[in-house]
Design a protein around this ligand. Structure first.
Ligand SMILES: O=CC(=O)O
Length: 320
């Protein structure tokens, strides 16, 4: 019996690729990068399943052109803003994603960004490596402590809650804004703010971790930055376009914002080159979920969702 074909746009952990290969004939894209629509069409022609990752556009034309064979898209990511769900629904293509299993890894990274930005970890390391460290000083590389300060979490989903749980351990007060107030957040001792502006006013550490949606496009603009407390730290593990880069860069240059920690960028892998020149920004290359265990769990969750659906079940990680 001929087996269905699955197209892998990006390499996945070997354990996951091996598991996929027990169920499908695997077709792999060369390299490890975002593909153009034409490249997806070429690689995925005749495939029943396409595995994608965050940031890989799967638009209407691609979904339509892969008919009638394409039946499922599996995105090894918690974000799914890169997939046209409406088109998938229309063409009867099921979509699976990987929420939950990455929350702890993403929260760890968010805390790393807060700590590095607030305590100037990257500047400190660069100084030691430069060979120019003059020795201990009472006034060198002074940062901002976490204890007693307020974290403002925008988006209190699973990742936001995991960040809150960690920051509480530092003695940081937790505030959040979310579409709705959550009892799970109250249990974490977090204070709800009905409007994002109210949250900004108390955010010594603003942590953006809401899903990337059109409503949040350029959310952190000049007007909103003006509302932040003096010496605020901004952290973004959401999507790059949640931030108005011109506004944030201006605020980082002037010192209106003390520092930023960024894992995501508007035009990845390109980023605004002005960030690279700023010392008060800690930059990571979209690695929030990048641990061996997490990436294995993400890939397996997506594969198992597809298999469960094929077996007539309704897996929780099915988007449509
Ligand atoms: O950005 C990464 C993801 O959505 O999992």
């Amino acid at each position: 019996m001929t087996r269905a074909k699955a197209f892998l746009i990006r390499p996945l952990p070997a354990t996951v690729e091996a598991a996929i290969a027990t169920h499908f004939d695997v077709v792999r894209a060369e390299g490890d990068r975002i593909l153009s629509a034409a490249e997806v069409l070429e690689g995925a022609r005749g495939c029943r399943v396409v595995f994608v990752s965050a940031m890989q556009p799967m638009g209407r034309e691609v979904i339509a052109a892969l008919q009638p064979e394409l039946k499922a898209v599996g995105t090894v990511s918690v974000g799914y803003n890169h997939i046209d769900l409406e088109a998938c629904r229309e063409y009867g293509v099921s979509v699976f994603y990987s929420p939950g299993v990455l929350s702890d890894a993403c929260a760890d990274l968010a805390v790393m960004l807060v700590l590095n930005a607030a305590r100037r970890g990257h500047e400190a390391e660069a100084l030691v490596r430069s060979g120019k460290w003059p020795g201990y000083s009472n006034v060198q590389l002074l940062g901002i402590g976490l204890t007693g300060r307020r974290a403002g979490i925008l988006g209190m989903g699973r990742i936001g809650q995991a960040i809150a749980a960690r920051l509480r351990g530092f003695g940081t007060e937790i505030h959040y804004h979310n579409r709705r107030q959550l009892s799970a957040a109250e249990e974490l001792g977090a204070t709800y703010h009905a409007s994002a502006e109210e949250l900004l006013r108390v955010s010594d550490f603003l942590v953006l971790c809401a899903p990337g949606t059109p409503e949040l496009h350029r959310f952190l603009n000049r007007e909103r930055i003006a509302v932040l407390p003096e010496n605020a730290v901004v952290v973004n593990v959401s999507r790059g376009d949640t931030v108005d880069d011109d506004a944030l860069i201006e605020a980082l240059k002037s010192g209106r914002v003390f520092a930023a920690g960024l894992d995501v960028y508007a035009n990845e892998p390109a980023l605004d080159p002005r960030y690279i020149e700023l010392e008060n920004v800690f930059l990571t290359p979209h690695i929030a979920s990048a641990t061996t265990d997490t990436r294995h769990a993400m890939g397996m969750l997506v594969l198992n969702g597809i298999l469960a659906h094929d077996a007539g079940e309704a897996p929780e990680n099915q988007l449509c």
